[in-house]
Unconditional design. Structure first.
Length: 402
């Protein structure tokens, strides 16, 4: 047993890859008893980077010592071909990223009591995370560093699950704090991250507040831009509209609490626990309420026009808009032809969007435009592809005219 926890000795059957792209290969696997697991392995092309080489062992070491219902659970590590794979629980539920995309495209909004429930759960998990210590009294995690809609899932019982601790910083982790590298999800980065600087626990509070704004509003983060680089620059300098302007229907006490959490100066942001108390106080002051978890699940199922996700531990069928194409043998009565088709399209779109944004950042505009056109051939109303393609076509037309 290493610093990262127990090594998995039993053979795992790899079923398929999940969500290709990013820093790691993610695979769905099954244990000999039929339980599903997720395998996370750093891609070969990143293994020589000093700031990334220890990412998977670091994440394993962190999760080995955490125990909270809203934090993804580790089942140890697996050695394969000389590489270490992190073995994680398979989480079933609604990704907040999928929920926000669905709402934004349809110009819908979530009821505030439901959002309050989700945000307070996120802050509770962060409060635990930031206070957790090892046997020597050292803080296990100073910053998750990627609190974003794609890393929060609402499970079938309404409990949220915080995922992906690959960018998390432990106390004393010098290599994880290497200056000059931007880590995190654009739109939910902190100003310090956007400048290539390390962040601490107040950075997670900032990101959680940005998630809250997206959930309470039209599904977008408070930092706008036509491209990733514009969003990063806006974040670095705190360029955004005031929260009351972005959320005109949200009571002032709530927007004031979010404004404080989104302060450019980390020292002026509250801690996760204090922000939760501030939001609870604001909710009480304006006579609003917090929905219970059952209501959260019921509403999400209705809004997404899907049944609640199955609670069977072997079930991998998730509700629209993020269905899975792997189905357990004990559900033969389900007609999955449409689910499989949607899953394959969404997997392809995710990969293409990542490639298109990478091409834009590399200023390979012809390649980026071609990629976004391919996305729109699959999903004609995909907002990110449409916005970036319009911008690219204008830019290239102006360049040709010059």
């Amino acid at each position: 047993m290493g610093d990262w926890g127990e090594e998995v000795q039993a053979s795992l059957e790899v079923i398929r890859r999940l969500r290709p792209g990013g820093l790691c290969d993610i695979e769905l696997a099954r244990t000999p008893t039929g339980a599903l697991r997720v395998l996370k392995t750093l891609k070969p092309e990143f293994r020589d980077r000093p700031d990334l080489a220890n990412m998977v062992p670091r994440e394993a070491a962190i999760l080995e010592r955490l125990d909270h219902p809203s934090i993804v659970r580790s089942h140890g590590v697996l050695r394969r071909d000389g590489e270490i794979s992190l073995v994680l629980e398979y989480v079933v539920g609604w990704s907040l990223a999928a929920v926000l995309r669905h709402l934004h495209v349809r110009a819908m909004r979530l009821p505030r009591p439901l959002v309050y429930n989700v945000i307070l759960q996120i802050l509770e998990a962060l409060s635990y995370l930031h206070s957790a210590r090892d046997a020597e009294g050292m803080r296990l995690v100073t910053c998750h560093q990627d609190v974003s809609p794609g890393n929060v899932v609402v499970q079938p019982d309404g409990t949220i699950k915080l995922l992906d601790f690959g960018l998390s910083i432990r106390q004393g982790d010098d290599d994880a704090n290497s200056p000059g590298f931007i880590r995190g999800t654009p739109g939910y980065l902190t100003p310090e991250q956007a400048r290539g600087h390390p962040c601490d626990s107040r950075g997670d509070v900032f990101s959680a507040a940005a998630v809250a704004v997206a959930l309470l509003g039209d599904g977008r983060s408070p930092f706008a831009g036509a491209s990733v680089d514009e969003v990063v620059v806006a974040t670095a300098y705190g360029r955004r509209q005031p929260i009351p302007t972005l959320l005109p229907d949200v009571p002032t006490p709530v927007t004031e609490a979010l404004e404080a959490a989104l302060h450019v100066d980390p020292a002026k942001r509250p801690g996760a626990g204090n922000l939760a108390l501030d939001i609870l106080g604001a909710i009480e002051a304006c006579g609003e309420s917090v929905a219970n978890r059952a209501d959260v699940v019921e509403h999400l199922a209705a809004v997404l026009d899907a049944p609640t996700p199955a609670t069977h531990p072997a079930s991998v069928v998730q509700p629209h808009p993020e269905p899975q194409s792997v189905v357990p043998d004990d559900l033969p009565e389900l007609d999955l032809s449409e689910v499989v088709a949607v899953s394959q399209v969404e997997d392809r779109v995710e990969v293409l969007l990542d490639r298109g944004l990478d091409a834009m950042l590399a200023r390979d505009y012809d390649k980026a435009a071609g990629i976004f056109r391919e996305v729109l051939s699959l999903v004609p109303d995909q907002p990110m592809a449409r916005t970036n393609l319009t911008r690219l076509e204008t830019l290239m037309a102006n360049h040709s005219a010059a």
